[in-house]
Design a protein around this ligand. Structure first.
Ligand code: R5P
Length: 373
C-alpha cells in the first residue's frame, strides 16, 4: 500500500457516558434477564460511545469531541497506489455506539466513499450502533428530477449509507427537509439556524429584513425572520437548466429600501446566487447587505464574487473546512461544534434532539408569522 497514511484521532478514546444513564438496569425486564451475581454471563450494561473522524474535517471532529469531553478514536485512513481507500480502526469498537463524523467536502466523492468504508469496517468489527454524522450532506441539491433522464443523486447517497450499514444519520441543514424521507433509518436533522441567528441578533442591528434568495429558501427565511423578530422579503430566481450553478434573480417581493438586508441560504457554492441577490438588493435601495449561510463550499470564483459584491459581511459556519485561499475578505465563521456535540449527547442518551433546537430543526413553521415588509 502507498500514499499518505492518515491517522485520524488522538490517544485511545475515553468513553463517553450519557448524562442520563439509559441502561434499563432498574426495569422489570432487566431484572428478569439479569444473570445471577458472579455468573460468567454477567456483563456491564453500560454503553460507550466512540467518535471517529474521516479525513475531510478533523478540526471540526476534534472540536466536537472536546465539547463532549472525550477524544477521537484512532483510525487509519490511507490510499492504495490505485487511489482505492483503505480503512482500519486501531482499537476495538465491539459493542460501541460509533459516530463517524465526515462532512462531504472536496473532493466530495472521495469523502463520501471514505465514510461508507468506515461504516462498513465498523459493522464488520461488531460496533453496536453506527451513526453517520454529516455536517454537510453532498448531492442534496439533486433531490428530484428537474429534467428527463436525470438521476436523484441525493437518494443514491442515502441508499449507499444504508447499504454500508449505518443505523442513524445526523445531518446539518439539508438542502430540503424531504431528503429525510430518502432514508429508511432514523435521521436527526440538525440546524445551524439558532447559532447563526443569535450571532446576527447579538450585533444589535436595527431596521432588519431577512431576504430569501429563492423560493426554496422561503421557509428557512421565515424561521430566521421569526427568530430575529423582523420582516421578510423574497427574491425570485431563474436557473439555467442547461448549466450548473447558473441562476439570475427575476424580481423582489417586499420593500428593502434603506434597510439592512440579511440574505439567508443553506449554502454558498460559487457565490453566484448570493452575489446576484446582493446586486438586486443594492439596486432596490438596501442600506446594507449581509449574507448568512450554513455551508461554505466557496468553490471558485466564490471568493472573487463575494469580495467584489456589495455584501458587507459573509457569516457562515464551520460545517466544511475552509481553504485559506478561498476565504472571502469579509468573512465570519461561527462554529457548529457545540451544537453537534449536544445533539450527539442527546442521541446517545436517548433524549430529545428537537428540544435542543426548540423545534427550529423541524419542517413546521414558527407559530408567530414574520411580518412581510
Ligand atoms: C440553491 O437552491 C441553493 O440553496 C444555493 O442558493 C445555491 O446552490 C448556491 O450556489 P451558488 O453559490 O453556486 O449560486
Amino acid at each position: 500500500m502507498t500514499g499518505n497514511v492518515h491517522d485520524v484521532g488522538g490517544p485511545p478514546a475515553r468513553s463517553l457516558k450519557p448524562e442520563t444513564e439509559p441502561t434499563p438496569q432498574g426495569s422489570e425486564d432487566a431484572v428478569r434477564r439479569r444473570p445471577a451475581e458472579g455468573s460468567p454471563l454477567q456483563v456491564s450494561l453500560t454503553r460507550r460511545a466512540m467518535l471517529f473522524s474521516g479525513s475531510c474535517h478533523p478540526q471540526l471532529a476534534t472540536a466536537i469531541a472536546a465539547a463532549l469531553g472525550t477524544d477521537l478514536g484512532r483510525v487509519e485512513v490511507s490510499r492504495f497506489a490505485s487511489g482505492e481507500i483503505y480503512v482500519r480502526f486501531l482499537e476495538s469498537v465491539r459493542g460501541c455506539d460509533a459516530y463517524v463524523i465526515q462532512a462531504h467536502g472536496a473532493p466530495v466523492n472521495e469523502m463520501i466513499m471514505e465514510q461508507l468504508i468506515m461504516i462498513d469496517a465498523l459493522k464488520r468489527a461488531s460496533a453496536s450502533r453506527i451513526n453517520a454524522v454529516i455536517p454537510y450532506f453532498a448531492y442534496a441539491r439533486q433531490d428530484q428530477k428537474a429534467l428527463a433522464r436525470e438521476p436523484i443523486s441525493a437518494r443514491l447517497v442515502a441508499d449507499l449509507l444504508s447499504a454500508a450499514g449505518c443505523d442513524r444519520v445526523m445531518a446539518v441543514d439539508l438542502h430540503t427537509g424531504q431528503i429525510q424521507g430518502f432514508f429508511n433509518v432514523p435521521l436527526d436533522h440538525l440546524t445551524a439556524l439558532p447559532v447563526l441567528a443569535e450571532h446576527v441578533r447579538a450585533k444589535g442591528w436595527s431596521n432588519l429584513v431577512v431576504v430569501a434568495p429563492d423560493p426554496g429558501r422561503g421557509k428557512m427565511a421565515q424561521k430566521y425572520a421569526a427568530h430575529l423578530e423582523c420582516g421578510i422579503a423574497f427574491m425570485q430566481k431563474a436557473r439555467r437548466p442547461d448549466m450548473r450553478n447558473v441562476s439570475e434573480p427575476l424580481g423582489l417581493i417586499g420593500d428593502v429600501r434603506d434597510r439592512r438586508c440579511v440574505v439567508v441560504d443553506d449554502m454558498i457554492d460559487t457565490g453566484g446566487t448570493i452575489a446576484n441577490v446582493a446586486a438586486a438588493l443594492q439596486r432596490a435601495g438596501a442600506a446594507d447587505i449581509v449574507a448568512v449561510a450554513t455551508h461554505a463550499l466557496f468553490s471558485p470564483p466564490a471568493r472573487k464574487r463575494l469580495d467584489e459584491s456589495a455584501i458587507s459581511e459573509v457569516i457562515v459556519t464551520d460545517t466544511l473546512p475552509l481553504d485559506p485561499a478561498g476565504r472571502p475578505a469579509r468573512l465570519t465563521v461561527v462554529s457548529v461544534a457545540p451544537m453537534i456535540a449536544a445533539s450527539i449527547r442527546a442521541v446517545f442518551a436517548d433524549q430529545s434532539v428537537s428540544e435542543i433546537f426548540h423545534d427550529e430543526n423541524l419542517e413546521s413553521l414558527p407559530r408567530a408569522s414574520p411580518r412581510r415588509v
